[in-house]
Design a protein. Sequence first.
Length: 182
Amino acid sequence: MVKIIHFADAHIDIATHGRRDPETGLPIRVLDFLKALDTIVDRAIAEKVDMVIFAGDAYKDRQPAPTFQREWGKRIIRLSNAAIPTLLLVGNHDLSPASGRAHTLQEFDTLQVPHVHVLYKPQFLTPADLDGVPVQVIGFPWVYRSGLMAAAELSGTDINEVNQELEKRLSAILSEWLDNLD
């Protein structure tokens, strides 16, 4: 049996209220989020899971402070060091709507962190892509309508028509991948 841990919406940098921890300088609320993330990572390693899937929104917005990126990175590197294939899907809070700008999970892709796979566009992954884990994954990270509108040359089109066209295009991709599943 394949063991997978799935989680989403970590938002580890929500620190609008509360006091700071005198030892770390981090807001207590952030430490709560990091403790929850540590629990997920510890469990993945202890249980020797086959894969971890994170379905987006590591941070509250697409401009996290370097301190929060460091803390997120520490946890993802632990999964990498444990050789656990980890899928990081880019969520709406991780992605800039501006074309060509980096997303908040970009560094893992740029640095080619072993066993960490960043999905910033729809992808069909096979065991060969997933370090031999005997699964197939169809990953759909957040897709901005504006980006697809520009790519499909739909600017100025009625929003209902745009939505129908985008749904049609994404459905076609999904149908093709479903046909290719083993």
